[in-house]
Design a protein around this ligand. Structure first.
Ligand code: EZ4
Ligand code: CO
Length: 402
């Protein structure tokens, strides 16, 4: 089963997506997501210049060997650009293998461990009142788990607050826009938000919050402690994890469950966090961690320490990543939850798929492969549009973590 062609497709149905399409002799095709929000064309060049030419003639059945060839063979290991290019190849090859076997991908992985996938949606508002209303709307839509982010008085364009409630897109301008941050004001607001949410809706739903790397370890520990009475499902990215040891300080002060990993690339980024039981959920997903082949390795390590999965699922992960993640989620024994931000109707039309939302859960499709395709004619109608993520600055102008 020799690889005949490998092509990159860039499309912008409201936001940019990079997709790799691989065709093998005999005509089977598979696709993989290679989108890196705000840095899309770096992955396009990496694939077109350095990866696609080397794939031609390789045996598409040898997924593990091709993974090792692209990872070890590059000599320059890791990094978000490299790992997304590898993920795209890996997912396209799993798609082809599953199609050739006539099976949905989850069956190739070992079969389903569950019938449906619990997801969490994103509720947000300009202030606490609006956010409380937004959470109510998600409960009405059937969600069992909801992430809540609110505007913070005195903070310009707080992270996580959309300009409309449906389709929040942080990458909003050709050059990075400037947003604000103030930890004192956040610590004054976020616990009050969750107090209101529990007073209003009780304790039946899972509530989540994303700190988006803004707090120091001590501040994160303090926030975790303040949030304990409201029993969060998790507090995400409470502090940057480049120094994995930073989580020791947070962990020893709070029982609020901790999640991290949407910016991690490989098992090495989460090794200490998992081994020392400093986290409860690992957030890496298919496109961010080298595809099915490598994410499976991370999940197996995590399972030794009762750490569960919580795959990243923001709108900058294309429907190809969502579909593949749902197959992974169906199989993985130590599943925790799946993030689900709805894509726009334009994006859904460019990427026809067989998964669906029902009663707070996603239902994985039964089509052979990962169940997501691309309508190339439609994709061509939405040319690449430069968009970058914002930056964050403190009130005195200091650049902070966005
Ligand atoms: O800001 O994926 O938990 N979800 C998130 C996301 C990230 C975006 C960045 O591209 O933090 O919304
Ligand atoms: Co996040």
């Amino acid at each position: 089963m020799k690889i005949k062609s490998a092509r990159v497709i860039v499309t912008c149905p409201g936001r940019n997506f990079v997709t790799l399409k691989i065709e093998v002799e005999g005509g089977l095709t598979g696709i993989g997501d290679a989108t890196l929000n705000g840095r899309e064309m770096a992955v396009v060049a990496y694939l077109q210049e350095h990866v696609c030419p080397a794939l031609i003639g390789m045996d598409a059945r040898r997924i593990e060997d091709i993974w090792q060839f692209l990872y070890r063979g590059a000599y320059w290991r890791r990094g978000p650009v490299t790992i997304r290019a590898i993920a795209a190849v890996d997912v396209a090859l799993w798609d082809i293998k599953a199609k050739a076997a006539g099976m949905p991908l989850y069956d190739l992985l070992g079969g389903k461990s569950r019938d449906r996938i619990m997801v969490y949606g994103h509720a947000n508002g300009a202030d606490i009142d609006e956010t409380v209303d937004a959470v109510g709307q998600y409960i009405a839509m059937g969600y069992k788990a909801i992430r809540a982010q609110t505007g913070i008085p005195g903070v310009e364009k707080t992270y996580g607050v959309g300009r409309g409630t449906m389709f929040y897109e942080p990458a909003d301008a050709a050059l990075p826009s400037v947003t604000g941050w103030d930890t004192r004001k956040a610590l004054n607001t976020i616990p009050r938000l969750f107090e209101r949410l529990r007073d209003t809706y009780g304790f039946d739903h899972h509530l989540l919050h994303d700190g988006h790397h803004r707090y120091t370890p001590q501040e994160a520990a303090h926030l975790g402690k303040l949030l304990e009475p409201f029993q969060l499902f998790w507090l995400e990215d409470c502090t940057p994890a480049e120094n994995q040891e930073a989580f020791k300080l947070v962990r020893q002060h709070t029982t609020t469950p901790l999640a991290v990993g949407e910016v991690f690339n490989t098992i090495w980024d989460c090794k200490d966090l998992i081994q020392h039981q400093l986290i409860d959920y690992i957030r890496t997903t298919i496109v961010g961690a080298g595809g099915v082949t490598h994410l499976r390795r991370i999940a197996d390590l995590a399972s030794l320490y009762q750490v569960r999965t919580g795959c990243h699922g923001a709108t900058d992960l294309s429907p190809v990543t969502m579909g593949t993640a749902l197959h992974f989620d169906s199989w993985v024994p130590n599943f925790g939850i799946q993030e689900y931000m709805r894509h726009t109707p334009e994006t859904d039309a460019v990427f026809p798929h067989d998964y669906r939302f029902e009663d707070g859960h996603m239902i994985v499709g039964e089509t052979a492969g990962h169940g997501v395709t691309i309508d190339e004619e439609l994709a061509a109608k939405y040319p690449y549009t430069p968009m970058q993520l914002p930056v964050a600055r403190l009130e005195d102008g200091t650049l902070w973590n966005w």
